[in-house]
Design a protein around this ligand. Sequence first.
Ligand code: G6P
Length: 609
Amino acid sequence: MCGIVGYTGKQEAAPIMLEGLKRLEYRGYDSAGIVINRDGELSLCKAKGYVDALSEKIGGGSLMKGHTGVGHTRWATHGKPSDENAHPHVSSTGKIALVHNGIIENYQKLREMLIAKGFDFKSETDTEVAVNLIQFYYKGDILKAVSEAARRMEGSYALGIVCEDYPDLLLATRKESPLILGIGKDGNFLASDVAAILTHTRDVCYLADDEIAMITPTDIKIFNCELDEIIREPARIDWDISAAEKGGYEHFMFKEIMEQPEAVRKTLSPRLQNGRVVLDDIILEPDYVNSLKKIYIIGCGSAYHVGIVAKYNIEKLARIPVEAVLASEFRYSSPLADKNTLVICISQSGTTADTIAAMREAKRLGARVLSIVNVVGSVIAAESDDVLYTWAGPEIAVATTKAYSTQLAVTYLIALFLADLRGTITCEDYTAIVGGLSALPAKLEEILQNKENVQYLASIFFNKDNIFFIGRNIDYALTLEASLKLKEISYIHSDAYAAGELKHGTISLIEEGTLVIAMASYFRLIDKTVSNIVEVKSRGAEILTLTTVSGKAHVAHASDEIVLIPDIHEILLPSLAVVPMQLFAYYVALARGCSIDKPRNLAKSVTVE
Ligand code: G6P
């Protein structure tokens, strides 16, 4: 949520920051701005809207000269999207400027204190409090001032700071919001996300909570909150920049949908060896696994939906009670977690504020935390007891696709791993599922080759105002994701229901021409689902049914249109079924002319509660 990029070095800073901000735009895109420190003089430009609006104002960067600066692309929290509320914000004296991700929770109190001391405020943001607080503590030593201000701020923040008195210095500090420092050849970088600086460097240091970095063109120094210097070895990022570019596709979302076979292959294949699931990267001892009384799966948005599929599958295979809980609810729901509880946290970014908070609560209660994360070195990965990375590469489109698919793939591995250790799965089932996992990437490719069928269906239905999804068991879990995908990017109202639950209320919403998308891949319950399809069809609904090749004959008489997926072991069906639904959402949004990669009001990484 929000993006930060900073540079200090031999090159002109503005074009570098504009390029970085474009790459970060998926994190927030209601306004953008940059500040340049040119030989001790700060110049600032901000614009409401996309980074392109900012770029236009400053001639693609050519109108702002200077070699040191920071920029920001915003997702509004405090204060509406506007030029005034856009970052950077400047202190009352004009000496210090900064950009900020996160929320300073005690900003009201600090603001009152600063106003009483004579500080002026021009915006409605909490960020302006941070910059004035640093100014308040600044008595000639900027490092000390940042450290003292940081002690007073509660909440979450990642700050990129410049000060007139230090012409080639960038400062950075963070708490619960990510920041990385990039080591370049002729200058150094600061960013909230590697995508912003990958074209310039792959050598990065991760800044930890409460640390402060001083970045000059030739050096990066990191200090703890006592201002003792810390030596940190750089890490090498192996993501290729092409992974963060559109590569000829019209939208990142479409590119990422198409990348799913490869992402799933990369995630699964190192962990499938000689017909066995090998999870070398985690330490779950057999005694511990056998002592487990409960598993919680925690996540937000699509990651939570992965958890719901995983609940069905882990319970079925490993015979342990599993509860999927929204991260934002977990810590306020008196969770019954202790040392006999495994908490699985799922997060693409590894920085989602609610998931971080839930993870910390789980650890406080004594539970072991296993996380499924895409971004290496992120907060959730760093703080979990065990991590299983999804190897999806950078995901840029706000609506997740390949991260969802790779997370799902990892949950099958966990289900098999636990079931094997607990002795709750037969050899035949184990072998069949491992075989299914090996075949998964090829079957995903097969579905993608038939994408035009889904495009055709989208062309028939894109004008609907309301769409209902129904399904049973894992198909129900999938309807939640299918419906979310559609809502996120096409803005069509849609909802997901357990098929058997419709007649307990929602069926009243069905009228002539209402589109009902029935997920009917789970063969064991296909005839039950068909009964529910018939219930809505006889009340005027149009029916689009998703089923397997084997299921087709069962649903044909009750459906107006059918989407087919290949047959596969039943627990793996959601991995196939989700893809036509992602494509459907994409093509519907395309037909409606929506902003697919950057849907209104959303952000990719939600680092506020
Ligand atoms: C946002 C995104 C969703 C994502 C959720 C969780 O709401 O728009 O696509 O599923 O955050 O993000 P995470 O990074 O924790 O997986």
